[in-house]
Design a protein around this ligand. Structure first.
Ligand code: CP
Ligand code: NVA
Length: 312
């Protein structure tokens, strides 16, 4: 049976730790893994825009000796999926050609469907519900910065969205507490919160929601934010911006956090909306390390899922 990354629930804490070890080794000595995916092709389907995810997967697969096929769902060169070919049929067909599927799309059910009906590993490259590859690169970045993720407290400031959901699942797996500081109107998905809290109970950490952002960030090790308007929410932009305005990460908010705190953002950032220039470009910001680590963490993920590296 192929292994997948539909959400971070597909990895337990030990597997997560193994992936982070491997990602660190790949970052330090990439040449050791230059033929990990030799002779393998990976389909990358993008139904939403991307800079980091698409480029880091394409470059990463190349660096592992494999072939990356960047595919879209619209326009003259787009997949038939964009014209209604079912997930079921797409999964069956792709499984005859390629050794793995990376997909960025709207509905989480499409990722689940490809995994269910195909026979090759499926990687969620962002849906409306989750962004697990981002979560893995974020853990790598926190681990690099603090030496370990365990015992750290991450406060996500903003809407309870896909990035927040993946951080809520990443935290327990890495021994970190996670707080989502969000307006009452934009909470995280209730089902994901329950899952994350169940995982936190299992791994001995905490996941919570707080509406008082100033109280939430007190003493935090990591402050994390994301865009106020996610892909697919453009029509609601005005309302979202209005609700989220008090949740801007600025120097005054950073001053309330722990003395050695760092600032994180998955990017792309909307400067001077969710985060000010001063924080983005300040000494505590690790946003470009995060972007770089997308490459290393995803290479580790591919090597493990494609069975080019052992899980233990
Ligand atoms: N952080 C992230 O996924 O960026 P892209 O949308 O550019 O891929
Ligand atoms: N929440 C954002 C993340 C982009 C990487 C979105 O879904 O657009």
């Amino acid at each position: 049976m192929a292994r997948h990354l539909r959400s971070l629930r597909d990895l337990n804490a030990d597997e997560c730790a193994r992936l982070l070890e491997l990602a660190a080794d790949i970052k330090a000595a990439p040449q050791k893994y230059a033929s990990a995916l030799a002779g393998k092709s990976i389909a990358m389907i993008f139904a939403k825009q991307s800079t980091r995810t698409r480029i880091s997967f394409e470059v990463g697969i190349h660096q592992l000796g494999g072939q990356a096929l960047a595919l879209s769902t619209g326009g003259g060169t787009g997949m038939q999926m964009g014209r209604g070919e079912t997930t079921h049929d797409t999964a069956k067909v792709l499984s005859r050609f390629v050794h793995g599927i990376v997909i960025r799309t709207f509905a989480q059910s499409q990722v689940e469907g490809l995994a269910e009906h195909g026979s090759v590993p499926v990687i969620n490259a962002l849906t409306d519900l989750y962004h697990p590859c981002q979560g893995l690169a974020d853990l790598q970045t926190i681990r690099e910065h603090f030496g370990d993720t365990r015992g750290r407290r991450l406060v996500y400031v903003g809407a309870g969205n896909n990035v927040a959901h993946s951080l809520m699942l990443a935290g327990p797996r890495a021994g970190m507490d996670v707080v989502v500081a969000c307006p009452t109107e934009l909470p995280p998905n209730a089902h994901v919160l329950l899952q994350a809290q169940a995982d936190a109970a299992e791994y001995g950490t905490k996941v919570g929601v707080e509406t008082d952002v100033e109280r939430a960030v007190e003493g935090a090790d990591v402050i994390y934010t994301d865009t106020w308007v996610s892909m697919g929410e453009e029509e609601e932009a005005k309302r979202l911006i209005q609700i989220l305005r008090p949740y801007q990460v600025n120097e005054a908010l950073m001053a309330k956090t722990g003395t050695k705190s760092i600032f994180m953002h998955c990017l792309p950032a909307h400067r001077n909306d969710e985060v000010t220039d001063a924080v983005m470009d300040g000494a505590q910001s690790v946003v470009f390390d995060q972007a770089e680590n997308r490459l290393h963490a995803q290479k580790a993920l591919l090597a493990l899922l494609m069975e080019a590296a052992p899980w233990s």
